[in-house]
Write a protein that binds this ligand. Structure first.
Ligand code: ADP
Ligand code: MG
Length: 238
């Protein structure tokens, strides 16, 4: 089943064309990583999918519905921001519950969903703490928890680990992969880090200057890079 489809999508900021006539299909349940150098358009592409930017041209479909004109809240996707996007004055419980309270769910339903998310993310013992009383990894898990409770059709991650230290980053990669395994929900994950892409993705989309250079599994990209850009980018150490 094709889950997410972009057809001839372009995005201009002024005269600069940041995404150029891009076609892409993403299967239901996939773990897809958008990788490419800084400034190549990864965040813009993710924000177009989320509905946080309007496409200049082209269409975006989710489950065969044209969502190109729909606002973010009606696309059924959850974007995971970096952990510093947590509300510092709220407890972990209140942070995770926030999107559900905004959506008007009753307290019992909110509590049930928050408890379940906390269990999945090993945050049960930390629900009454404030973000500043947590480690970087725990804070990142709270940010993910806030996305999980909305039961999205897909999770969108934009470099969620870039402000964590190296050891923690490795840990969180494993945790996010494990979460994908448990939930089975489509995840689209943006990074400029080749190692993150190679270790986490089942499908990698290599972007360069707003175009897709290659789509394939980590092994396909490694064994049969489509061009020198892919070979250089995937092969080079950071
Ligand atoms: P990446 O996430 O791959 O680093 P971005 O998608 O953030 O790249 O940016 C791609 C290009 O679009 C960059 O040249 C950036 O300066 C430009 N850009 C991104 N957002 C805006 C914006 N809101 N207004 C103008 N230019 C933007
Ligand atoms: Mg970016």
């Amino acid at each position: 089943m094709c889950h997410l489809r972009l057809s001839n999508v372009s995005k201009r900021f002024g005269t600069q064309e940041v995404i150029r006539d891009l076609d892409l299909s993403i299967e239901d349940g996939a773990f897809v990583v958008f990788v490419g150098p800084s400034g190549c358009g990864k965040s813009t592409l993710l924000r177009l999918i989320a509905g946080l930017e309007d496409a200049s041209a082209g269409t975006i479909e989710i489950d065969d519905e044209d969502v190109t004109q729909l606002p973010p809240a009606r696309r059924g996707l959850s974007m995971v921001f970096q952990s510093y996007a947590l509300y510092p004055h709220m407890t972990v419980r209140a942070n995770i519950a926030f999107p559900l309270r905004m959506a008007g769910l009753d307290k019992a339903a909110v509590d049930r969903k928050v408890t379940e998310a906390a269990r999945v993310l090993n945050l049960t013992d930390y629900l009454s703490r404030k973000p500043r009383q947590l480690s970087g990894g725990q804070r990142q898990r709270v940010a993910i928890g806030r996305a999980i409770v909305r039961e999205p059709k897909a999770f969108l991650f934009d470099e969620p680990l870039s402000n964590l230290d190296a050891a923690l980053r490795v840990n969180m990669r494993l945790e996010i992969s494990e979460l994908h395994h448990q939930l089975g929900t489509t995840m689209i994950y943006v990074t400029h880090d080749q190692i993150e892409a190679m270790t986490m993705a089942d499908t990698i989309v290599v972007l360069n200057k707003g175009v897709v250079e290659q789509v394939g599994s980590p092994m396909e990209l490694y064994r049969r890079p489509a061009n020198l850009f892919v070979a250089g980018f995937i092969g080079s150490p950071r």
